[in-house]
Design a protein around this ligand. Structure first.
Ligand SMILES: Nc1ncnc2c1ncn2[C@@H]1O[C@H](COP(=O)(O)OP(=O)(O)OP(=O)(O)O)[C@@H](O)[C@H]1O
Length: 258
């Protein structure tokens, strides 16, 4: 099998960056369930710091070239998922800027285009449609999507009745068939069983060989080494190291005593 880390697509990093994050910061409120309220926005008070404000990410800067595969590492709660949400542009920075050139296929916790009461079939059409895939094309790929997810008997079942593993299979199957040039993968595969994970990994290899850009959050050193050439190490919301993946993993292991 081709190792995507050594494939020709790695050479494309010399082109203009597809992602540029400059001095980015996100502010949450510990005690108010999150983001700015509508009232805050109207009153303009949101820019003032409050005692319960905290910054899960601050002063984060990096850029990513097309075809790079980036592993994001850090202990629990250090801002990894928040960083992916920034790149997916589902949260906006409170400071700094995030520029993403190209569409994003997000396999992250808020892959939220899935609607509980809609059937599997309707959810496939909805999600792929929201990413700009024409109906005809979704119809042409539908069987392949269901087959890959191995949920053939559940096409007309409401999404909410799928098991968590089945939901993850469906999400991966749909998202990995989008044409978007940037793929974000955040731990979701951890709920799939081993056989399915292997299938997903083979698919990620294919996408990388085809020149996609990958952001991969994982606590598995093995998986990070398998896909990623470069690592971002987040600690307390700061980007403490942006370096080749081996270097990042070595530093992370040293810091955590593992
Ligand atoms: N919507 C939100 N409102 C308030 N705080 C939040 C919100 N989302 C995340 N946080 C907080 O931001 C911090 C970073 O969370 P994040 O999910 O990015 O961490 P992580 O590095 O992905 O962690 P893990 O490895 O456990 O998945 C945590 O302290 C978390 O509690």
């Amino acid at each position: 099998m081709t190792n995507p880390a050594q494939s020709p697509s790695r050479d494309r990093v010399a082109e203009a960056p597809v992602i540029e994050v400059t001095g980015a910061g996100i502010r949450f409120r510990r005690n108010r369930g999150g983001r700015r309220s509508f009232k805050d926005l109207l009153s303009g008070s949101s820019r003032r710091s409050r005692p319960d404000d905290f910054w899960p990410l601050r002063n984060v800067s990096f850029s990513v070239g097309r075809g790079e595969a980036i592993g994001v590492v850090g202990r629990n709660g250090q801002g990894k998922s928040t960083l992916l949400k920034l790149v997916a542009e589902v949260v906006l920075p409170d400071e700094g800027t995030v520029a993403v050139r190209g569409g994003v296929a997000p396999l992250i916790e808020i892959t939220g285009a899935f609607v509980d009461d809609l059937t599997v079939r309707d959810n496939v059409f909805l999600t792929a449609g929201l990413h700009g895939m024409p109906k005809k094309e979704i119809a042409a790929r539908f069987d392949e999507i269901i087959e890959f997810a191995e949920i053939g008997g559940f096409v007309d079942t409401p999404y909410k009745h799928l098991s968590s593993g089945m939901k993850a299979r469906l999400a991966f199957s749909v998202i990995s068939r989008l044409e978007e040039p940037i793929l974000l993968v955040d731990e979701v595969l951890a709920v799939g069983d081993r056989g399915f994970r292997e299938k997903c990994y083979a698919r990620i290899d294919e996408l990388l060989t085809g020149g996609r850009t990958l952001f991969f959050v994982s606590h598995s050193e093995k998986d990070l080494r398998r896909f990623c050439t470069r690592g971002l190490y987040l600690d307390k919301g700061k980007l403490v190291l942006d370096a080749p993946i081996d270097e990042v993993l070595a530093r992370y292991a040293r810091d955590t005593g593992t």
